[in-house]
Design a protein around this ligand. Structure first.
Ligand code: FDA
Length: 504
C-alpha cells in the first residue's frame, strides 16, 4: 500500500492526543522560530522562503518519538530526526519541497551520557553533542577517550549515523566503528535494540547516513584508552617557504606514519597549517617527525604536552588554557553561511597541481582546504564492515567556504569558488565513482526525485548517482536494508537511501 496523502491537521490532532502540548511547537507557537533555529548552523537555510516543518516535536521521552512516527505514518507527514542540526545541507530541519509537509523530531533534550569507566563503555543520547560526550568521558577517567570529530557542537546522532572521524582516526578508526548497541524507533514506531533490530539494520545505522532508517535515540559506545600525556603542534609553512613540496610529500608520509600520529593540513590563502596530535610525549613526537618527515622541521618548542581532553579543547578552540566547560556550550544561533564539498585522494596529487591551487586560494571568494590523512587503523577495516567505504584512501580533502554577508551575489561568489575548484580537481581524485563523505553532505551530487507522482517511493537509479559516491559498493546493501525496514519510504529526505526495487 502507498503512503497516505498528507493531512497536516489530522497529524497535529494525533500528536495532541499522544504527546504533551509543551513539547510540540507549530507555526502558531510563539517560540517556534527560536526552537527551529536553536541548533541551525548554516544561515543559508534561515530564509523566509525555506520550507519549514509543520511541527517540531522536542522529544523528552522515547514515547514522544514513537508517537510522532506513528502519527506521521498514519497521516502522511514525514518525520526528520534532528540531533545537533549540523547537517551541511540542513536536511534535518528543512525540505526542498514547498508542498510536502514534514515534521522535525528534535532530540536535543535526549542527551544523557552514562559512562561506565570500568567496562570502558558509555550510553549516549543522540541529542548530546560531541563536546558533551568528551567532557563526560574525561570527567570519569583521564585515561579514556572517544574517536569522534573535532567540532564540539556536532550532534552525536548525525555524526555516528554518517561515520564520524577526528584526530584519533588513524589509531582507532571511525566513531561508528565503536558502536556496540543502539536504541532505534523504526518506521512503525517500534522501539528496537541491537538484538531486536538484527544485524542488517545495525550495520546500516553505523555510517549509512542519517534520516533513512529510523530515529536512533541512543548509542552504546566502546571507549578507547588514551595515554596520560598527548602532544600537539600547529606549525605554519607559507607558500614561499617550501609549502608546496611539504604538501606534496605529506601525501605519502601522513597516511603511513605510525598510527599514534595524526598530521593534518589546513590550506588557506598562501599558507599551509600543519596540525598534529600525537598519543605520547613531546620527545616521542619530535623523534617520529625527525625520522619520517624531517623536512617539516618540527622542533621541541613547537610541541605542547597536555591531556587528551585538553587536546580536544585545543583543536576545537585553537589555544591552550581554555576551561573544559566550553565543551558544554551548544551554541544557540546560526552565525555563518557555509558550503562544503569533499573528495578522496587515492594517489598523491602532483606538485604542479598544488602550485595551481595556490592561485585559487587567492581568488575573491576563496575558502579553505582541509586534508585529513587516513591509513593506520582505517586500512585494517574492510570497506564493507560498515557502510562507510573509504577505508583505503590516502586522505579526505574538504573544500570549505564560509561567509557572513547576506545576499545572492556573495553566496554565488563563495559557492562558485568551491564548485570551480572541485571541478578542476576531478582528474586527481578518486574515480568511478568519485567519492565523497556523507557527513559533508552535498546536494550538488544529486537529489532524490520527489516520488509523489507515483508510489511515493524514491527512485533507486537516480539515487545511485549520489549514493555510490558516498557508499560505493555498500549502496545496494543499504537499499536492501531500507526495503526491509522501511518499504514505504517513510524516512525520506533529498538524499535518503531508497528501498531496493524488488526487480533487482
Ligand atoms: P543533524 O541533526 O543536522 O543531522 C544530520 C542528518 O542525520 C540529518 O539527515 C538528520 O535527519 C539525521 N539524523 C540526525 N539525528 C539522527 C538520529 N538520531 N537518528 C537518525 N538520523 C538522524 N564530521 C566529521 O566526521 N568530523 C568532524 O570533525 C566534523 N566537524 C564538524 C564541524 C562543524 C562545525 C560542522 C557543521 C560539521 C562537522 N562535521 C564533522 C560533520 C558532521 O559530522 C555532520 O554534519 C553530522 O551529520 C552532524 O550531526 P548532527 O546530529 O549535528 O546533525
Amino acid at each position: 500500500t502507498a503512503a497516505p496523502s498528507p493531512d497536516t491537521a489530522s497529524f497535529l490532532r494525533c500528536l495532541a492526543v499522544d504527546i504533551p502540548p509543551q513539547v510540540v511547537y507549530t507555526n502558531a507557537s510563539p517560540s517556534y522560530n527560536s526552537v527551529l533555529e536553536s541548533s541551525i548552523k548554516n544561515l543559508l537555510f534561515v530564509t523566509p522562503s525555506t520550507p519549514t516543518p509543520v511541527a517540531i516535536i522536542a522529544a523528552a521521552d522515547a514515547s514522544h518519538v514513537q508517537s510522532a512516527v506513528r502519527c506521521g505514518a498514519r497521516h502522511g507527514v514525514r518525520v526528520r530526526p534532528r540531533s545537533g542540526g549540523h547537517d551541511y545541507e540542513g536536511l534535518s530541519y528543512r525540505s526542498l519541497s514547498a508542498v510536502r509537509p514534514f515534521a522535525v523530531v528534535d532530540l536535543a533534550a535526549l542527551r544523557a551520557v552514562r559512562v561506565d569507566a570500568g567496562r570502558r563503555t558509555a550510553w549516549v543520547g543522540s541529542g548530546a553533542t560531541l563536546g558533551e560526550l568528551y567532557y563526560a568521558i574525561a570527567n570519569r577517567s583521564a585515561r579514556l577517550g572517544f574517536p569522534g570529530g573535532l567540532g564540539p557542537t556536532v550532534g552525536v546522532g548525525g555524526h555516528l549515523s554518517g561515520g564520524g572521524f577526528g584526530l584519533l582516526l588513524r589509531k582507532h578508526g571511525l566513531a561508528a566503528d565503536h558502536v556496540l548497541d543502539a536504541v532505534v524507533v523504526d518506521a512503525t514506531g517500534t522501539l528496537l535494540d541491537r538484538a531486536t533490530m538484527g544485524e542488517d539494520l545495525f550495520w546500516a545505522i553505523r555510517g549509512g547516513g542519517g534520516g533513512s532508517f529510523g530515529v536512533v535515540l541512543s548509542w552504546k559506545l566502546r571507549l578507547v584508552i588514551v595515554p596520560a600525556t598527548v602532544t600537539v603542534f600547529t606549525v605554519h609553512r607559507p607558500r614561499n617557504q617550501s609549502a608546496t613540496s611539504l604538501l606534496t610529500k605529506w601525501q605519502r608520509v601522513a597516511p603511513t606514519l605510525p598510527p599514534d600520529v595524526f598530521l593534518r593540513i589546513v590550506l588557506q590563502i598562501q599558507d599551509a597549517q600543519f596540525e598534529s596530535l600525537y598519543l605520547g610525549t613531546r620527545a616521542g613526537l619530535v623523534a617520529t617527525m625527525t625520522r619520517w618527515f624531517p623536512e617539516l622541521g618540527v622542533k621541541p618548542e613547537d610541541c605542547i604536552e597536555m591531556t587528551w581532553i585538553e587536546s580536544v579543547l585545543y583543536f576545537a578552540f585553537y589555544g591552550t588554557g581554555k576551561p573544559a566547560e566550553l565543551l558544554l556550550d551548544r551554541g544557540t544561533k546560526p552565525e555563518r553561511y557555509f558550503k562544503a564539498k569533499s573528495d578522496y585522494v587515492t594517489n598523491p596529487i602532483p606538485s604542479h597541481v598544488w602550485e595551481r591551487t595556490w592561485s585559487w586560494l587567492l581568488r575573491d571568494g576563496a575558502g579553505l582546504l582541509i586534508l585529513d590523512p587516513y591509513g593506520g587503523r582505517m586500512g585494517d577495516v574492510s570497506p564493507s564492515a560498515t557502510p562507510f567505504p573509504h577505508r583505503r584512501e590516502l586522505y579526505n580533502l574538504q573544500y570549505y567556504g564560509f561567509w557572513f554577508k547576506n545576499g545572492t551575489e556573495e553566496a554565488e561568489k563563495h559557492v562558485g569558488w568551491i564548485r570551480g575548484l572541485h571541478r578542476e580537481m576531478e582528474p586527481y581524485v578518486s574515480k568511478n565513482p568519485r567519492g565523497a563523505y556523507v557527513n559533508y553532505r552535498d546536494l550538488d551530487l544529486g537529489v532524490n526525485d520527489d516520488g509523489d507522482g507515483g508510489d511515493g517511493v524514491t527512485g533507486y537509479e537516480k539515487a545511485r548517482v549520489w549514493g555510490e559516491a558516498y557508499f560505493k559498493g555498500n549502496f545496494e546493501r543499504l537499499a536492501a536494508v531500507k526495503a526491509k525496514v522501511d518499504p514505504h519510504d517513510f524516512f525520506r529526505n533529498e538524499q535518503s537511501i531508497p528501498p531496493l526495487p524488488s526487480s533487482r
